[in-house]
Design a protein around this ligand. Sequence first.
Ligand code: PHE
Length: 370
Amino acid sequence: MSGPNTDYDPVEVTPLKSEEVEAARDAALAAIAGATDLEALKAVRIDHTGDRSPLALANREIGALPPQARKEAGQRIGQARGAVNQALAARQALLEREHEERMLVEETVDVTLPTDRVPAGARHPITTGSEMIADIFVAMGWEVAEGPVIEAEWLNFDALNLGPDHPARTMQDTFWTDPTENHVVLRTHTSPVQARTMLTREPPIYVVCPGRVFRTDEYDATHSPVFHQVEGLVVDEGITMAHLKGTLDHFASSMFGEGITTRFRPSYFPFTEPSAEVDLTCFVCRGAGRTDDGSSCRTCRGEGWIEWGGCGVVNPRVLTACGVDSERYSGFAFGMGIDRTLMFRHGIDDLRAFFEGDIRFTTAFGSDIS
Ligand code: PHE
């Protein structure tokens, strides 16, 4: 920087000469106009407005001028710098806009193109349905219990008051494993989990047991050799059939909505006494037996009720066989088909849909979270 210059002669202060300032300004404007992308403009900005640029150097010289000359020089340089800064800002805006427009074109994604990604699929409706059912009971403080699908004959039958010659054994067409002398079956119902629970826990017992079961049934729209049941078991002091009815009514309305309840019809199971078949209010006609146009409801065949499962007060002989003091404790149990329950709930008319693995079915019903 030059020292104080009292004998002011503009010729001596070269950077401040008006031609010099104009030349620096014009050079800057030309460079700005010539910058074709943001990188280039950045370099131009440094060269023409940075600390070492001619205009910045000239600006610094102003202080060295005699006071009477400062104003005019200041104006001249200020105007030149203003023009350069304006041109820079305008060019910057233009180049940014161009850049964005180019990106939009270059990075365009055609969302209508077919994807080559493998569909993620969904959890199986039986899995989500079983969890939904278990949740209803867990919310009442019950626990979830599980047992093996390959089961000892004694637990599947004998412990449940179904001795070897009991006629009710033929109600459940059984898959036996080889060799039959081992007395091992594919469980025909989830009731052996009752026996297992009582043998390993002290009352009070409140458990729900969803699981897979097997019977030598035909494979058709309403039968399958493998299907799913959910078992409920309560053993506590003072348990009556009224607790069973209240529990199943709550299960029904939680699963199918307000106003859907149950009715009991007398029945027989060796492991419960008394025993009942449980019917559910028909969720289509809501118990009326006929639809809005007056015709008989097809879902319940005009009954207003549909069969749902079996239940009863635990037979004291079962309590005793499983080591529970039947003088002190009583209990109730029930068993429902999970597949059947979900068929009702979702309006599925063919049981086989659960077992054929069509992803359109699993995605639609397995993602149900309501
Ligand atoms: N286990 C019976 C069946 O599979 C259902 C049931 C369970 C009945 C519990 C009464 C009590 O048919």
